[in-house]
Design a protein around this ligand. Structure first.
Ligand code: ZN
Length: 136
């Protein structure tokens, strides 16, 4: 089951430029920053009600975010839904004919297991599923 929009990911070129914009827009400072080494991306989170805004800045010219900006410019990159059982939800989406970028979940930012659904099969919208990792 999709529980809520967990966050909206926004591709940015430069946090030094974009952070002050979002600080002013959202009238707050970021609640969390985290580098996802594997994706070569800096993430900056803002809590907005029950959802978050995730700014994504590439740390290399080769990363997915750098490629996205080169192709489409800065802006909304993906919508992330919170699910209880990411494996079951991926299986459901696959059976519905959606093309999965991640066949099985991978560790993401903000203590989550994540998986992406290809925008080719979702009207051009990159979809992320995420599930909280339970810490012992
Ligand atoms: Zn995300």
């Amino acid at each position: 089951m999709l529980n809520k929009i967990e966050h909206i990911g926004i591709a940015i070129k430069d946090a030094l430029v974009s952070e002050p914009i979002f600080n002013a827009l959202l009238n707050q400072k970021p609640t969390k920053r985290e580098v996802v080494e594997k994706e070569n991306v800096q993430t900056i989170f803002y809590q907005v009600g029950e959802s978050k805004i995730e700014l994504l800045q590439s740390l290399s010219d080769e990363g997915a975010i750098a490629k996205f900006i080169a192709k489409k410019g800065e802006g909304i990159h993906h919508i992330a839904f919170l699910v209880d059982d990411i494996v079951a939800e991926l299986a459901r989406l696959k059976s519905e004919g959606f093309q999965l970028i991640n066949e099985s979940p991978v560790p993401g930012a903000d203590n989550k297991l994540i998986a992406f659904v290809h925008p080719k099969t979702t009207n051009g919208v990159l979809i992320e599923l995420c599930q909280e990792v339970i810490k012992n």
